[in-house]
Design a protein around this ligand. Structure first.
Ligand code: GDP
Ligand code: MG
Length: 308
């Protein structure tokens, strides 16, 4: 299951010529940096448009998509190759079910699809047209952080779907989308326990996507969002930027599969910290108290005085 056949990325040819040439430019940038493959892990709540986004990027219906949770409830890997470059995408169902993180699912993703591979990009998908973040968002972020480590967010691209919309309350499109992005990034930062001082965390890029085919088109026949952005080539460009942002991808080695989260390794030292405290802090204090008690001159009315 993990080693799926790598097929030719023929979907590229279905895009308008302008998009095709921008995609090839992006792949050329990777090639210049000797990057010949990328592995993308796609996560997010159920029904937000994860599989649809992958299909949009591939230019074909490679993954089942469903409005009523009819899609298969297991992770899937699709690989497409073109001009010496291979794109691997691991699409996942919602990682949180009934309020709980589906630990087995996360394990399957790691051991069956990603073992000894590097996650180059984490695509965190949600909807643009949602006005509030809920506890599920935070749980998904926590589940990812817990199983891949905090540094995976240095390789993250947030994707907001349903981006062809008219903002509420007369808000301008750009104002609305940056407000929604910021609200979501806040959840990511708190769910992943990223410190405010960590400047990179506020720089996690956000790309807008419209999978519904209801976009306007520009003169080159490309689908554009209300902001005027041709979004397919833009999201691919964002992926390439993240891949080359200087941070390391997350290698899924045996240790990571077995659950040794790099952020938690320090916890192995807890017994030592306690021992250290006991011998170097508690013991001396006890000794000092004992000594004080021995030295103490007690008042004559104190019946507990020894020697009387
Ligand atoms: P997943 O569970 O996150 O993989 O979500 P799917 O990709 O299966 O999408 C769920 C439903 O939302 C499907 O009916 C899609 O057609 C629809 N959908 C996904 N993305 C968009 C989008 O950007 N715009 C619109 N209008 N519909 C979308
Ligand atoms: Mg899906």
């Amino acid at each position: 299951m993990g080693s799926q056949l790598i097929r030719e990325w023929t979907g590229i040819q279905r895009f308008p010529l302008a998009t095709q040439s921008k995609l090839l430019d992006s792949l050329g940038i990777l090639k210049n940096q000797s990057v010949s493959s990328l592995t993308i892990l796609v996560v997010g709540k159920g029904g937000v448009g994860k599989s649809s986004t992958v299909n949009s990027i591939l230019g074909e219906r490679a993954l089942p998509v469903g409005a009523f949770q009819s899609e298969t409830q297991r992770p899937v890997m699709v690989s497409r190759s073109t001009a010496g470059f291979t794109l691997n995408v691991v699409d996942t169902p919602g990682l949180v079910e009934g309020g709980y993180v589906n630990g087995r699912m996360v394990e399957t993703i790691k051991s069956r699809f990603l073992l000894n591979k590097t996650v180059d990009i984490l695509l965190y998908v949600d909807r643009l047209d949602t006005y509030r973040v809920d506890s599920l968002d935070k749980q998904v972020v926590q589940a990812i952080t817990e199983s891949f480590g905090k540094d995976i967010w240095k390789r993250a691209l947030v994707v907001l779907t349903h981006a062809q919309l008219l903002p509420p309350d007369g808000l301008e499109y750009d104002v609305f989308s940056s407000k929604r992005s910021e609200a979501l990034l806040k959840v990511v930062r708190s769910g992943a326990r990223i410190k405010k001082q960590d400047a990179w965390a506020s720089g996690i890029p956000v790309a807008l996507v419209e999978n519904g085919g209801i976009c306007n088109k520009n003169d080159n026949d490309e689908q554009v969002l209300p902001s005027g952005i041709a979004w397919i080539s833009n999201v691919v460009r964002n992926i390439v930027d993240v891949a080359l942002n200087g941070n390391k991808g997350i290698l899924v080695d045996k240790k990571l599969v077995e659950g040794a989260n790099p952020d938690r390794r320090w916890k192995e030292f807890i017994p030592f910290i306690f021992a250290f405290q006991y011998f170097l802090v508690v013991k001396p204090i006890e000794r000092a108290i004992k000594k004080d008690m021995e030295m103490e001159v007690r008042p004559s009315w104190d019946a507990t005085r020894r020697g009387f």
